[in-house]
Design a protein around this ligand. Structure first.
Ligand code: BEZ
Ligand code: FE
Length: 293
């Protein structure tokens, strides 16, 4: 028998990969080949003790066990390891000037109320007033009519409505708006706060063990879509946030930092139908034509 058939420390990856050469699913085989090669290289570099290997197995077990309909610890793990952002970057390569993507996160919900342009998404009125506005345009700057802007955000003290069902009304700080012919959007809200991603599970323990924080800088979430254009899933980050360079999930991009301005002007506030003093942010979403066009 050819000695290559027997597993050794040296040829370990080659022996495993040789067994998947006849796979019917060629993409699966290609993915697993790369995965096995890198995994074996990592194990060879780490040289884990039995005890360390067992701890790794228990970490993965706990990560699966805490998952349910509402909690997705695997995605959280992918987020804190920068893998979610990397997959996103690979799948959303866009021309210069187009709005960049960032992580979706676990707090988006379906079936959110469509709100009238200009209305507020703050149903409890708590927090510093914010006037958010801008345009949805194509890469040549032409307004996009009928663009749908799905927005959601954390509260003034850093919680989404679905994390505080007994404190916030359902759908607080969420809303869907549709642009008219001028591509403009404008709505009222409150300035969001930075917040911690869940740390009561294995991912939280991992961050603690690595002396890493679990905070995300304050942001407004958006999914902006329009027929014939690539959907953009993104955030506008608050420019004065102390955690911009420490985002636990690496979601910050320079182009996504909004210019939040503070205003103390009773007349202007009255014109915008917002209480004084207030904050404003103006941000244009630039969409690229979808590939199918
Ligand atoms: C969020 O921004 O909602 C989020 C993103 C990734 C992990 C946790 C939360
Ligand atoms: Fe968020």
């Amino acid at each position: 028998m050819d000695p290559i058939d027997y597993f050794t420390e040296e040829n370990s990856a080659d022996v495993v990969i040789a067994r998947i050469k006849n796979a019917n699913d060629k993409r699966l085989a290609a993915v697993m080949e790369v995965f096995v090669r890198h995994l074996h290289a990592a194990v060879k570099e780490i040289e884990p003790t039995y005890d360390e290997w067992e701890r790794a197995i228990w970490f993965l077990t706990a990560t699966g066990q805490i998952c349910d309909d509402k909690r997705q610890e695997w995605i959280l793990l992918s987020d804190v390891l920068g893998v979610s952002m990397l997959v996103d970057a690979i799948n959303t390569r866009r021309p210069e000037g187009a709005t960049e993507n960032t992580v979706l996160g676990p707090f988006h919900v379906e079936d959110v109320p469509h709100r009238e342009m200009g209305s507020s998404i703050s149903d409890d009125g708590k927090g510093e007033p914010l006037y958010a506005s801008g345009r949805v345009v194509d890469v040549d700057g032409n307004p996009i009519k009928g663009a749908v802007i799905d927005t959601w955000q954390a509260s003034h003290d850093g919680f989404y409505d679905n994390q505080q069902p007994d404190v916030q009304p359902e759908h607080n700080l969420r809303g869907i708006y549709k642009t008219g012919a001028d591509g403009r959007y404008f709505y009222r809200s409150i300035k969001p706060c930075y917040y911690g991603i869940p740390k009561d599970g294995p991912v939280g323990k991992l961050l603690l063990g690595l002396n890493r924080g679990n905070t995300r800088p304050a942001h407004l979430h958006y999914i902006v879509s329009a027929p014939g254009f690539e959907t953009v899933t993104t955030h506008i980050f608050v420019n004065d946030d102390p955690y911009l360079t420490k985002d636990a999930v690496f979601g910050v991009k320079q182009s996504l930092i909004g210019n939040f301005e503070h205003h103390d002007d009773v007349e202007k506030a009255a014109k915008l139908n917002i209480s004084n003093p207030y904050w404003s942010v103006e941000y244009d979403f630039v969409l690229t034509a979808s590939q199918q066009n």
